[in-house]
Design a protein around this ligand. Structure first.
Ligand code: SF4
Ligand code: SF4
Length: 423
């Protein structure tokens, strides 16, 4: 694609990066075929190619309008288009750059800014979300049905083993997961314990920064990144061999710390090292489980239980790890039921469910219909955002896949967490 961005703008390395991405696009439109919002809206500007043109136009004219914001806002940043693109266009990075510029050029209304500021002030902080959740539970009967459904059911925290294996790994607790699905990291610690690995958190680490990044607050995201790096660094220096991510959305973000902090003189090297050490839980488990000494430890756990696996966008399109969880579950004796259009987003997408409720709801309904179609007994996910979003409306229990790897415990875990508060 030809571009004509002014040399002054191009002297900014971020704009130069956007220009290089734009030039890689050959406007073939293949990406539209796998874009969830293009499929729902049927308009060019709600597909990746149209959004690429909008960003190009904005950079060339140095102007943006409400229309630019509208169509960029409707993008889920699911990166399905990246998986499809034959030219390797890094759409996700381009969308991030485009959004930051559009925010400056086309300021939002006061109410829209207030909503985003409130979300930024609450969502990345566990204590603040906890207080908001407690309030929401108290006032649940007074809330509209759609909001009531979004309040996650309480999940009982299960025991985390005290271990002292020679092999040690860090785990990110994150912001919302400790409140809504505390059993995920506990189950990860127990499974890794069986594989001879100690898993522990790092005091001071928190939200990965993805929420700030989604809300076009890159400086806030960088603050979160630096804080996490400071929290993890002493553990890395003392021999922790990996940083394990049990939420694929956080994993994608942390794997990009190196790129995002590459111009930070103080943190660039550490960030690059952190990204290299970061692994999705499925990468660790698959590697350990299929190694010779551990290969039989988890076989037959599933006993043929039928599982519909929801492949999160951040794992399959962002981290390019499609198939890892599926392989693990099948190795453990689960039967995977067919799920149509598994490349399509469920509509969770960070804050999308709050900011684009109608599109998010349509995607959720389509995804649940596809997941339920094969008559599974349980739905498994690899990402807390998807897990919560699906659980809002699913008739079946929705679990993190690691919970299914605990022999003789999985059924009771599934059942004990089915208790949904009455809506
Ligand atoms: S598939 Fe790739 S090259 Fe083709 S229009 Fe989409 S982004 Fe551009
Ligand atoms: S990131 Fe997802 S929603 Fe956005 S343009 Fe690409 S495929 Fe469409």
């Amino acid at each position: 694609m030809q571009t004509s961005i002014s040399p002054t703008l191009l002297s900014n390395p971020v704009i130069a990066e956007a220009d290089a991405i734009l030039r890689a696009c050959v406007h073939c439109g293949f990406c539209n075929a796998t874009c969830p919002t293009y499929q729902l809206q049927g308009s060019e500007l709600d597909g990746p190619r149209g959004r690429i043109y909008l960003i190009k136009e904005m950079l060339e004219t140095e102007q943006a309008s409400d229309k630019t914001l509208l169509h960029l806002d409707r993008c889920l940043t699911c990166r399905s288009c990246e998986t499809t693109c034959p030219s390797g266009v890094r759409y996700g990075r381009l969308a991030d750059i485009g959004r930051e510029i559009a925010e400056e050029k086309a300021p939002r209304s006061v109410s829209a800014r207030l909503l985003r500021k409130t979300m930024l002030g609450v969502l990345p902080y566990t204590m603040r979300i906890s207080m908001a959740l407690q309030l929401a539970r108290v006032f649940r009967p007074l809330l509209p049905l759609q909001l009531r459904k979004k309040i996650p059911a309480r999940q009982n925290a299960t025991a985390i083993p005290v271990t002292s294996h020679q092999r040690r790994m860090l785990v990110l607790e994150g912001c919302i997961q400790p409140l809504s699905a505390p059993n995920t990291n506990a189950a990860a610690a127990r499974v890794l314990d069986r594989l001879g690995i100690s898993l522990h958190g790092a005091q001071g680490a928190g939200c990965c920064g993805a929420l700030n990044q989604h809300l076009s607050d890159p400086e806030g995201a960088r603050t979160m990144m630096r804080r996490n790096i400071d929290a993890w660094w002493p553990h890395i220096e003392s021999g922790a061999e990996a940083i394990v991510m049990t939420a694929s959305g956080c994993g994608l973000m942390v794997k990009e710390y190196g790129a995002m902090l590459k111009d930070d003189a103080e943190y660039a090297d550490k960030a690059a090292r952190i990204s290299v050490l970061t692994r999705d839980l499925s990468e660790i488990i698959l590697g350990e489980m299929l190694s010779r000494e551990n290969s039989g430890a988890f076989e037959h756990i599933g006993k043929g239980t039928r599982v519909a696996y929801q492949s999160s966008c951040t794992l399959q399109h962002g981290q390019k790890l499609g198939g890892t969880v599926e392989t693990i579950l099948q190795h453990c004796g689960y039967e995977l039921t067919p799920v149509a259009d598994s490349h399509l987003c469920c509509g969770a997408a960070g804050t999308y469910t709050l900011l684009q409720p109608e599109l998010s709801q349509q995607l959720l309904e389509n995804k649940l219909a596809a997941l339920h179609e094969g008559k599974p007994e349980v739905i498994a996910s690899a990402n807390i955002g998807c897990q919560m979003h699906l659980a809002c409306a699913s008739k079946l229990p929705v679990r993190h896949w690691i919970e299914l790897l605990e022999q003789n415990r999985h059924q009771s875990t599934i059942n004990s967490n089915q208790r949904k508060e009455t809506t």
